[in-house]
Design a protein around this ligand. Structure first.
Ligand code: IMP
Length: 422
């Protein structure tokens, strides 16, 4: 399979979890490199549904080395809960899961600050997952964070935490929020630290050994291109680099060891949280929600929905260097008579073929649509490209061409077998 970076080409929730699970069959090592438990990767195996937040989806297959890289921010208490939850399903992490000693920690004050800042922003709120992701990465960048290596060193952790709680309680008080008890946080984090210690290693050395042995590595992206801290619709973004470069910095594996980039995108567009979504449409949102689709895996929020946006996905191809595309949720469009895809933006008479950086400008962009006839047939039982309705094939080929990468996978449902390879 070679070393593959998998990214979301839209605003997250592109169905990456399932595609990662499918590609993992050919991988030896699966690595998470950014984000935290704001991510929710849903995977169905048979009738069983798994929602993974921090543990790489590779854990659901036997004998895959799973790595949580240095670029991830870890809430240790929730990671222990995730590991325990997996064990209840008979999935064993011991010996298969490795956690970077330099990954930063998320603390309860990060979550509280995340919530308080959102309240303060009022109508300009980002719509975060309230998992403390922004404040945790903020501490990392400000060099005031704490890492896994601190958590598993009890005397050092006690000192570090005591100072952090003291400082952050002052900030929480200023927000009018309840201060935290050092004792309670310390007890919970120490217990989690003891549980996680066997998993904590120097993952850079481990990954370089895998590279040296020519193992196939899959770098699983979380969130999506337009939630990238640098390349997304700032400030309505997450706080990590969700684009392909993040796989290198978040793992320590250099760019020239990467062989290909796979971009995952839905056959339409969705977004959770605030911020511009040029092709947003009540028509498609109502239809998808009525089908019981498009509710968030992490927060359960109804996702905002819109038509496929090729301006955005073309830009995603540019920023990530996408070679191959996986288009998911094709079956979500099965009932439509006419399907629209945005081929450009317009403000007045001016046309844009890229996503403007100025958020105010982007909010004013009107989509220019191309229309495609719907296939109006269920596709979820399709297993081969030729079996797909001709109109579905034409639509998928057209949006891949507009995006500028080779269509490699089409997905017609959440199960592993509902995957068509081209
Ligand atoms: P945060 O990552 O919790 O700070 O949230 C920032 C923005 O990213 C919000 O709009 C969230 O809804 C969005 N976001 C974060 N993680 C995900 C994800 O896994 N899927 C989709 N959107 C996400």
């Amino acid at each position: 399979m070679a070393n593959t970076i998998l990214v979301g080409a839209q605003w997250g929730d592109e169905g990456k979890g399932k595609i990662i699970d499918v590609l993992t069959e050919q991988a030896d090592v699966v690595v998470r490199t950014q984000g935290g438990n704001n991510a929710g990767h849903t995977v169905f195996i048979g009738k069983q549904k798994y929602v993974l937040h921090l543990v790489p989806s590779g854990i659901l297959r036997k004998r895959k080395l799973c790595v949580v890289g240095n670029g991830v921010v870890i809430d240790p208490v929730s990671l222990v809960a995730e590991i325990d939850g997996l064990r209840q399903f008979g999935v064993k992490c011991e010996g298969n899961l490795f956690i970077s000693e330099t990954a930063h920690l998320v603390f309860p004050y990060h979550r509280e600050l995340d919530a308080q800042r959102e309240i303060l922003k009022g109508k300009n709120k980002i719509g975060t997952t309230k998992r403390g992701i922004g404040p945790a990465y903020g501490d990392k960048a400000a060099r005031t964070g704490a890492r896994m290596i601190d958590l598993i060193n009890p005397p050092r952790f006690e000192e570090v935490l005591r100072n952090k709680i003291k400082e952050n309680n002052e900030i929480l008080k200023a927000f009018g929020a309840k201060p935290l008890s050092f004792k309670k946080v310390h007890a919970a984090y120490r217990a989690a630290g003891d549980r996680l210690k066997p998993f904590v290693v120097n993952t850079v050395v481990l990954l370089h050994e895998a590279v040296r042995q020519q193992k196939d590595i899959l770098f699983e992206g979380a969130q999506g291109t337009f939630l990238d801290l640098d390349h997304g619709t700032y400030p309505f973004v997450t706080s990590s680099n969700t684009t392909a470069g993040g796989a290198c910095t978040g793992s320590g594996v250099p760019p020239h060891r990467m062989d290909r980039v796979v971009g995952v995108m839905k056959a339409y567009t969705t977004r959770v949280g605030e911020g511009p979504l040029p092709t947003e449409s009540a028509e498609i949102a109502d239809m998808l929600h009525a089908m019981g689709r498009e509710f968030g895996a992490t927060t359960g929020r109804a996702r905002r929905c819109g038509w496929f946006d090729a301006v955005a996905t073309r830009q995603a191809t540019m920023v990530n260097g996408i070679d191959e595309l996986a288009i998911t949720n094709v079956d979500g469009l099965d009932t439509l008579e006419v399907i629209k895809a945005c081929v450009g933006y317009r403000i007045g008479t001016r046309r844009y073929d890229y996503v403007p950086n100025d958020i105010e400008l982007l909010s004013k962009c009107q989509p220019i649509y191309a229309e495609f006839p719907g296939w109006r047939r269920p596709t979820h039982d399709t297993r081969h490209w030729k079996e797909l309705p001709a109109r579905a094939r034409a639509y998928l080929k057209a949006i891949a061409e507009l995006t500028g990468a080779r269509l490699a996978i089409a997905s017609v449902g959440p199960a592993r077998e509902q995957t068509i390879f081209l």
